[in-house]
Design a protein. Sequence first.
Length: 221
Amino acid sequence: MTKALFLDFYGTVVHEDGAVIREITEMIADAGNAGSAAEIGRFWWSRFQEMCGAAHGARFETQRALELRSLEDTIRRFGSAADAGELSGRMFAHWRRPEIFEDTKPFFERCPVPIYILSNIDSQDIQAALDCHGLTPAGVFTSEDVRAYKPRQELFRLALESTGLKPEEAVHIGDSLSSDVKGAAQAGIPALWLNRAGRDVPEDTVSIRTLLDGIKYLQER
């Protein structure tokens, strides 16, 4: 029997930062002497992911710190005169006031079990986003709380320990196959992949197209 839902936030509950990333990479390209916005975006994402993977325990850094540092590296790599502080401010503003998906509030109203947010984000930023949309989950656990990022196990373990649940008593829903689905599976937690774009579904992966599609799964499990 499912007793709680662990829910990713950015890309799942609210829109991911794709639009602001495109805006920032175009500004870097316009102020530089090499590289297309797409090439800049790929480098920036790869650098940011590399930094997140290394940031745990004594080496932990907040999302804001990693975002700024990866942006500085990207601007330097492409010889741009763009200002990292100004551009990162655009990203931080998105994190605090993201656009919400249309199915989110109906899902929060109808979900048959308590919802706990698990997110790779700084605690103050996600609280601002929750307040912005009037969302009140049963609990919120962040990478800043555990000084590590999904798909590492620290965040999933904190959620289980704080709720007093066994892995099989929870379900995790998220939009990332690596951070959410594989991360939860490694912790023994059943996971649903929120596949809004209708991409090909890997073998042995349970997918849903909207959050509301997960209601029946939660009711029957």
